[in-house]
Design a protein. Structure first.
Length: 135
């Protein structure tokens, strides 16, 4: 879709944990951001890299999003009994709809598949780090 945009954010819940953000638009323009360890107090992501996602990779990513039925997911999936660990958030715009889903210490196949797809289409050193997709 012409209005396609995805923003993927992840990080640790513990104070001082690093955070990561990837933005990709419909033209394949991507930006990778980091909030390094112990800098969350200033809440500022630092741009680390700009990259381009090829059309085939964009189609793959959008296909994963459609197959996951992302726009039907609830807004939050949280494991309340775990206080540490990691969180992830996806905001996706497509076909004039925008939806945000947040997870915290909660594996969710549809959501985690999208996060993995984001990592597949981005450069090697520009990845989302989230316990649920690396364990």
């Amino acid at each position: 879709p012409r209005d396609f945009k995805i923003t993927a954010i992840s990080g640790g819940i513990a104070p001082g944990s690093p955070h990561y953000k990837i933005e990709i638009d419909a033209k394949g323009n991507g930006i990778y951001w980091e909030m390094p360890e112990n800098s969350a107090a200033v809440s500022a992501f630092i741009e680390k890299n700009r990259f381009t996602v090829k059309d085939a990779a964009l189609r793959f990513l959008y296909g994963v999003i459609k197959d996951a039925d992302f726009f039907a997911l609830k807004k939050e999936y949280i494991a309340e009994n775990i206080l540490d660990g990691s969180y992830a958030r996806l905001t996706i715009t497509a076909d004039k709809k925008t939806h945000t889903v947040r997870t915290r210490n909660q594996a969710l196949k549809a959501f985690d598949g999208i996060m993995l797809a984001v990592n597949i289409v981005t450069p090697l050193n520009n990845k989302i780090v989230n316990n649920e997709i690396i364990e």
